[in-house]
Design a protein around this ligand. Sequence first.
Ligand SMILES: *Cc1c(COP(=O)(O)O)cnc(C)c1O
Length: 481
Amino acid sequence: MTEIRTTLDPEDWTDLRALGHRMIDDMIDRLAAIRDGKVWQQMPDPVRAGFRAELPRQGVGAEAAYRDFAETIAPYASGNAHPRFMGWVQGGGNPAGMLAELLAGGLNENCGGRDHVGLAVERQVIAWSAGMLGLPRETGGLLVTGSSMANFISLLCARRHVLGAPVRADGLRGAKLVGYAQAGVHRCVPGAFDMAGLGTKALRRIPADADCRIDLAALEERIAADRASGMTPFFLVGTAGAVDTGAIDDLATLADIAARHGLWFHADAAFGALAALSPTKRGLLAGIERADSVAFDFHKWAQVQYDSGCILVRNERLMLDTFAQAANYLVSDARGLAGGAPWPCDLGPDLSRGFRALKVWMTMQSYGADRLGAVVDRTCALAQRLAARIDATNALNRLAPVPLNIVCFRYDDGGDDLDALNADIVADLQEAGAFVPSTTMIGGKRAIRAAIVNHRTNEADIDALAEAVIAAGQARRNRSP
Ligand SMILES: *Cc1c(COP(=O)(O)O)cnc(C)c1O
């Protein structure tokens, strides 16, 4: 019987070094040629079945595991790195961020707390983010999984703010808290109300106007009605980049309304926040600098690898008040590695945390904010190009304004069953591996939604998408009786 090694490191590093070099070469080759491959392909059944195998008692070694990766994992990735992926709102990633993931893995930092460089890098990223949005330098924040978590954290801070310290021990005790957001609010915001124990009904969904922005008069009416019926309005969400259309609420007026009614003003700027780096688009965010908290993602328009979301809270103290817990073994000290307070674990719900900040930091250091702003500008210009193309084509109808980088439209030949037809067109394009748009409902109509987020997408991709939608629509019609 061979003895089982009790360290995971090799006896001799030579083979690992060669394997590591090959992995990096392969991934760089893959990125360099990404445009030539399919956007996405479905896993064949045998591949799918392979992922139901039992836990291996004996390992096959990193070399063989990498062979498996190359054959059964890499080919079936979701495709959002590809320039013709326009589904949902997903970033394409970037080469510096990819390498940063390797570096972070090597360091294996736990960024929950203590006095080490990971926390300094994260604080720098938070300070950069606050500066980008015009919030004060002392703004608190954390890198988190995504805007879903960031929105949840902001809601918990607001709940702590309005109910005071007792809420942490006693819970809601019948408090009738209500919050407000536009009808197109992302699903994670009602989800946050659910998780925070407030219930989804406590989020009032205010109608949107023709530009898909929150109707300000309806908002004021609803706040007044809630107050009159004994509710406690406490939280106002401004959507900066609605997920369906890219619409940005009138944040400056929302900040006024929040101030007038004593509400916590939160901006869900999941992807829209990056418009702050674009000279031509940043004006759309006016008022965000007055927010009490902002949720946004680096993994969308900023092209940083998944996952990398960010929560900013103007008053860092409130994050501590909301999340800090006493534990003897975790007390921070003035000296040694146990210094470095306040620790991220006291600013949010996670104790152990990876070094998410490194890939953000590497991306910003490598390319600079202006280059990311140029990506934002370009993707918006590509969206305008697609919108113009749609507007000039009889068989295509545009279903929403295009303030940023999302275009909602559909194939419309005047025939029946346009909802089903457009859903089929999207699935056909996806299954062919040619394009990945997604669908949504706009005004009760099934829309094809092209969210142009990826820095690799170009004019030819946009023109080809319009052609492909028309061709797929015609092919479907010709096929059916
Ligand atoms: C993507 C998105 C979210 C959710 O963010 P995740 O990073 O996926 O958790 C929330 N709000 C808006 C407007 C979004 O676009």
